[in-house]
Design a protein around this ligand. Structure first.
Ligand code: NAD
Length: 251
């Protein structure tokens, strides 16, 4: 069933959420657009301005590493002040009330945690862009410290162990994080309600989770302003603005 009217959509969603014993949200870039962070594929996307730097190039070439850090800080300046929106706040309430068990996210903006969702309830499939890690020993680095040194030296940061430091996100060509993928799979197979929110559902393997949940008996809800390739499998499609549909759940 595809619904675009806000009141009707909210009314159809409410009983599905009320009866959920183990809800899982799966979020994409669309949940953060009202916070001022543009999504990936909509027209004019700043993320597609430059061809992405493949992980193998980052490893191979110091100039690529410098370019990756330059781009990272430009993007950070654009969205540094983004705050959680209505979608994030609604999911925070649903987690706090026990209706939702976990949020599987493709996002790297850390806005679910910023809305108050505990770290252990957020499964990050593509990492987190709010800090960095050494690719060798895994040590965590804060961005402010790295930026200060980068702006002084112009050189990409290296860890005390000698390996490269990289934003804690998953780049094109980099393997998916094993633990997050496993946890996402467990949540997907255990849930009775799976809500895909703000994703074009075209990035695999992440986009495989909604269908897996449906095949295992969960109700599938898709909230997105555009059509997605999985709409035909959903029990309910809310076709419109995420914040508008989820606002009642913020209270
Ligand atoms: P996507 O850009 O492919 O799809 C986003 C979808 O959300 C689009 O279909 C768009 O129409 C819809 N949308 C945008 N704003 C909306 C709104 N307010 N209400 C309803 N629908 C809305 O994003 P994706 O599927 O998440 O895949 C993109 C990849 O890029 C992800 O892997 C992610 O890691 C990365 N990314 C992350 C961020 C972030 O962390 N905020 C931002 C851009 C890209």
């Amino acid at each position: 069933m595809i619904i675009a009217a806000i009141d009707e959509g909210r009314a159809k969603l409410q009983p599905l959420i009320d009866s959920a014993r183990h809800g899982v949200a799966f979020t994409g870039a669309g949940i953060s657009t009202e916070c001022g962070v543009p999504d990936f594929r909509s027209p004019g996307s700043p993320w597609l301005k430059n061809p992405p730097i493949e992980f193998s190039d980052f490893l191979r070439d110091p100039l690529m590493r410098e370019e990756a850090w330059r781009r990272k800080f430009v993007m950070d300046d654009l969205y540094a002040h983004a705050k959680p929106g209505r979608g994030h706040r609604a999911l925070q309430r649903l987690i706090a009330s026990g209706r939702m068990n976990a949020i599987i996210t493709q996002n790297i903006d850390g806005l679910h945690q910023a809305s108050g969702v505990p770290d252990e309830r957020v499964v990050e499939l593509h990492g987190n862009g709010t800090y960095a890690r050494c690719l060798g020993c895994g040590r965590r680095y804060e961005l402010a410290e790295i930026r200060r040194d980068f702006e002084m030296t112009g050189a990409a940061p290296e860890c005390t162990c000698g390996d490269h430091i990289k934003s804690a996100t998953i780049s094109f060509g980099q393997s998916m994080p094993e633990m997050a993928m496993q946890r996402a799979e467990e949540e997907t197979l255990a849930c009775d309600l799976f809500m895909a929110i703000g994703s074009s559902l075209v990035v695999y393997p992440a986009a495989g989770f909604p269908l897996a949940a449906k095949r295992h008996g969960a109700s599938l809800v898709i909230v997105n302003r555009e059509q997605t390739p999985l709409d035909e499998f959903a029990d309910l499609v809310l076709r419109g603005d995420i914040g508008d549909f989820l606002e009642p759940f913020c209270a």
